[in-house]
Ligand binder design. Structure first.
Ligand SMILES: [Zn+2]
Length: 246
């Protein structure tokens, strides 16, 4: 049973509302839904050291095992996106993991950069894919010039970030005037999501902090003068949206 509370919880990380409904606890973490914007999230937010530790337990090893499949997918994503801009340009892959999107976009003619906080993935990117332009940092801490990227991809990243607003503000700041952001995150409103939410495989304590639907993702983006211009159909419970300046 869910019950409503406004005690001991932080305000909604998206809309700052205090109207939160407790859903369930998993591994001692409280999952709640915001009554105002509908964002499901872990509240209070886990300690960032705990969040970080979820990456240091071989998070990207699973990528390495599936390298062939991952590189093919990256090539497909890159080709689809590069058709949407006139020329190649600068590409930033946020949460680049083992570097497949960086590699694929570089091969397509982009000046590509990748950032991630996971050292194992970056080792693979540097040593196996021979990438020199990947670094261990977060988008909030990068020294890239404003408005300097034609494409920014962030695949399965936004559900992990420390602060939704600083993350989104930085996407906005780094994006070139006609640039595109390609975002992928789990989709809370997809028809395959079980009604008993804690059975959903994307529910991951300490790891996935926020669970969006299209509406509240749009709400977040709008607050930073960004807008969704395309949503891709997908059989999996993921939101795949293309975003640009408002
Ligand atoms: Zn909210």
């Amino acid at each position: 049973m869910s019950d409503r509370t406004d005690q001991k919880l932080d305000n909604c990380p998206l809309c700052r509302s205090h109207r939160l409904i407790k859903l369930f606890t998993l591994k001692k973490e409280q999952f709640v839904r915001c009554e105002d914007c509908g964002l499901v999230h872990i509240n209070p937010k886990p300690n960032s050291k705990v969040v970080l530790s979820t990456y240091q337990s071989g998070y990207s090893h699973s990528y390495e095992k599936k390298a062939d499949k991952k590189i093919k997918r990256a090539v497909r994503y890159v080709k689809r996106l590069s058709k949407k801009i006139k020329n190649t340009g600068r590409w930033l892959d946020v949460g680049c993991s083992a570097g497949f999107v960086v590699k694929a976009s570089q091969d397509e003619g982009f000046e590509s950069h990748g950032i991630d906080i996971d050292p194992d993935g970056l080792d693979y990117a540097k040593n196996k894919l021979n990438l020199t332009n990947v670094s261990q940092t977060t988008i909030e801490n990068t020294a890239f010039e404003d408005a300097s990227f034609d494409i920014i991809s962030a695949y399965d990243v936004i559900e992990h970030v420390e602060n939704l607003h600083t993350f989104t503000a930085q996407l906005k700041a780094l994006l070139a005037p006609d640039g595109l952001i390609d975002l992928i995150t789990p989709n809370l409103n997809h028809w395959t999501v079980p009604s008993d939410l804690k059975r959903w495989k994307e529910i991951k304590p300490s790891e996935h902090l926020y669970y969006f639907n299209k509406r509240n993702l749009q709400n977040l983006l709008r607050r930073h003068n960004l807008k969704i211009i395309q949503t891709r159909f997908t059989l999996k419970a993921t939101l795949k949206v293309l975003v640009t300046h408002e």
